[in-house]
Structure formats: C-alpha cells, structure tokens
Write a protein that binds this ligand. Structure first.
Ligand code: ADP
Ligand code: ADP
Length: 228
C-alpha cells in the first residue's frame, strides 16, 4: 500500500487542557489513487493532512508513505520528506504577492533536487500565457493553478490538498478538480484531498469520512465520475 496509517492518535495540549483531534485512525490509499477526506469543520481533517505531510507530529501510530514510516524520521529526514516527496495545496493559494506567476513556481523549483522545467509545469496547468502576471492580477481559479504548478514542479509522490476549491465558485471548482484528475493521470501522483464539499467525492477512488476525530466511514468508490 502506498499510504497506510495504523492506529494514529493526535492530542493537542493547551496548558492543562488536552483535546484529542485524531482517535485511532486506520486507513490506506493505493499508489496513483485519489482519496477524499470528508467531515464537518473541527472533525480533524486538517490535522490528519498535516500529520501525513510531516508538518505536525502524532502521539503514536505509524504513517507509511511509499514503504517508509515517516513518524520514525529525524528532523532532517522529515524536512527532506516535506521538500521532496510531498506537494501541498491550500484553500487560499498562499502565493508570494510580489513575485510573478513564473517566479512563484521557480522558487519551488529552486529548493527541489530534480524539478520539472518551470515552462513545462506552467503549460501543464494552462498558465504559460500568464507567466509574467502577479497574483493579484489573476482570478481565484488561476491563482489556484499557480499553487498547483508550484506543488507539482518537484514531482511529489503525494499531493495533499486542503480545501482546494473552498474559495472558488462552482465553475472554477470544477476546473480545479479536472486539473487535479489530469495530474493524477499524467504523473500517476497519489492525491489526498480534504473538503467539506461532498461533490468532490465524485473524483475519488477512496472516501474517508471523519467525525470528532474518528473515521465513521471508509469506502472504495468504484463509481468514479469525471470532473465535468
Ligand atoms: P478540520 O480541518 O476538520 O476543521 P482540524 O483538524 O482543524 O479540523 O481541528 C480538529 C480539532 O482540533 C478542532 O476541534 C480544533 O479546534 C482542534 N485543534 C486544531 N488545531 C489545534 C491546535 N493547534 N491546538 C489546539 N486545538 C487544535
Ligand atoms: P474566472 O473565470 O477564472 O473567475 P474572472 O472572471 O475572475 O475569471 O476573470 C476573468 C479574467 O480577468 C481572467 O482571465 C483574469 O486574468 C482577469 N482578472 C481577474 N481578476 C483580475 C484582477 N484583479 N486584475 C487583473 N485581471 C484580472
């Protein structure tokens, strides 16, 4: 299995108060599949994505990514894992406002060992014509394309998307989902998407539903719909 979580727990401690954000999480995702994590606000979706992406640590349990338990990595190895193996996409794009489209993507290439060419990746997301624009000169859907280009230029094994369509209108959301499925097919990238938008589950091979930090549903979707 490409991604496999076993008995993962995560507690947040604030002073004397502790809060269990993930309770005994077990699930897996095959190489090249798209998984969707659904659940209401506060159910633990971001926490789950963050521990898989190595930007937060668990209490216990194992998180295997491509045969390696990332909970066993030291700080340097974990930094390397985040930098080389995982791409992140966020709801609000997180682009650098005073850099152009090209430069935003180039920054990611510069910290990667074996990146794709900036032009190639901008072409893949349909933004080559807009490479000299600044983020504020782009629509929301276009800004999310830049952030996708930035995430995939390092050829990540795993693409983690936190509410990638959360700030977009319906048509732009569909376009972004279509782009993610195109990337999945073209590069065989395993993709995990968290959302509270149940429509997104149409593009997923696996659907995991969280509530109060627990998995309440985990099913294989053999009825994948195209994104259009
Ligand atoms: P979701 O992404 O589904 O909205 P989160 O993973 O962000 O859920 O949060 C799950 C729960 O953990 C929420 O109740 C939230 O308040 C709590 N939580 C998240 N981050 C922290 C933190 N840094 N410190 C304390 N509690 C947190
Ligand atoms: P979308 O169809 O992606 O929602 P919009 O309707 O927001 O796009 O914008 C249409 C066109 O106007 C886009 O091609 C975009 O490049 C351009 N545009 C959008 N917002 C701005 C802006 N703030 N400044 C300059 N151009 C913009």
């Amino acid at each position: 299995m490409f991604l496999e979580l076993t008995n993962v727990n995560k507690t947040y401690k604030t002073g004397d108060v502790s809060f269990k954000a993930l309770a005994n999480i077990n699930f897996s995702l095959e190489k090249g599949n798209i998984g969707v994590i659904l659940g209401p606000s506060g159910s633990g979706k971001s926490t789950l994505l963050n521990v898989i992406g190595g930007i937060d640590i668990t209490d216990n349990g194992a998180i295997f990514v491509d045969g390696k338990d990332i909970t066993e990595l030291n700080d340097r190895e974990l930094t390397n894992y985040r930098r080389e193996e995982v791409g992140f996409i966020f709801q609000f794009y997180n682009l650098i406002p005073n850099l152009t489209v090209y430069e935003n993507v180039e920054v990611a290439a510069n910290i990667s060992k074996n990146p794709m060419k900036v032009e190639e990746v901008l072409d893949a997301v349909g933004l080559l014509d807009l490479k000299d624009r600044f983020p504020k000169e782009l629509s929301g859907g276009q800004q999310q394309r830049v952030s996708i280009a930035r995430a995939i230029i390092k050829k990540p094994k795993l693409l983690l998307c936190d509410e990638p369509t959360g700030a977009l209108d319906y048509n732009n959301a569909i376009e972004i989902l279509k782009l993610l499925t195109d990337i999945n097919k073209k590069y065989n990238t395993t993709i995990l998407i968290i959302t509270h938008n149940t429509a997104i589950s149409g593009i997923a091979n696996r659907i995991v539903r969280l509530r109060s930090g627990e998995i309440i549903e985990n099913k294989y979707n053999d009825n994948i719909l195209p994104a259009e």
